[in-house]
Ligand binder design. Structure first.
Ligand SMILES: [Zn+2]
Length: 238
């Protein structure tokens, strides 16, 4: 399985950055996971838009889906695709600008749902965040990946189950901002990943205002091992 970072800025894109978005590939299946602003452009540096098998969106905050508007236009008028599967919590479909059917085929997913997309099995878990927000575990034949989406500290990566080879977890800010918003500090992300016994930890959803070196140090301290910081175009093989 391979994870590619398309965007990792928390809540809004920093200078030259992109909001949350990832490409997950494995056993011939390609999923675009979250589609924050800037990620559609970056996605095309890695695969053609007609190679996206499905889009999975964690929640209705626009830093996680805004670029599906442009993807819809590309699919409808340029790639002439229809029935592109989009998995998202109920309600997200209604906030898009255009009526995206039949170009997109929307599938509402919720807490504890399990779906199969090509060679991948996805299991969703509702996090501690404002609107319905779904973390996801993605399994291929022999590899497991976990993504926290956005969450506060009342949800833990343990909810995604054990034996995660790599976890991509939000770490919006540092310890001194804990409790200010329904997001995780790097310390809380590291603690959650350690308790879930994750093999590797990559921190993402990094606020553009926070020093990344401090995020990395605080996260590693809590995880008890080195952690990696997401950056656009970085690839991780699981
Ligand atoms: Zn967000």
């Amino acid at each position: 399985m391979k994870l590619t970072i398309l965007g990792c800025s928390g809540s809004y894109p920093g200078p030259g950055g992109a909001a949350s978005g990832y490409l997950v590939e494995g056993d011939g299946t390609r999923i675009w996971l979250d589609a924050g602003s800037g990620t559609l452009a970056n996605l095309q540096r890695h695969i053609g838009l007609d190679a996206v098998d499905a889009v999975v969106l964690s929640h209705e905050h626009p830093d996680h889906w805004a670029d599906i508007e442009g993807f819809h236009i590309a699919c409808k008028y340029f790639n002439k695709r229809s029935g592109v599967p989009v998995y998202a919590p109920a309600g997200l479909r209604d906030v898009t600008h255009d009526d995206t059917e039949p170009t997109f085929e929307w599938h509402a997913v919720t807490d504890h749902d399990s779906v199969e997309i090509g060679a991948m099995r996805l299991n969703f878990s509702r996090t501690d965040h404002g609107p319905e927000t779904l973390a996801v575990r993605i399994d291929t034949r022999d590899r497991s990946f976990g993504y926290s989406a956005d969450t506060g500290p009342r949800w833990s990566l343990e909810a995604l189950g054990s034996s995660l080879d790599l976890v991509l977890c939000e770490a919006s800010f540092l310890r001194h901002d804990e409790g200010s918003l329904q997001h995780l500090s790097a310390r809380q992300a590291g603690t959650s990943a350690r308790e879930a016994r994750a093999g590797r930890l990559v921190l993402t959803h990094l606020w553009p205002t926070v020093d990344p070196a401090k995020i990395q140090a605080e996260g590693a301290d809590a995880f008890g091992a080195p952690v990696e910081l997401a950056a656009i175009d970085k690839e991780y093989s699981l």
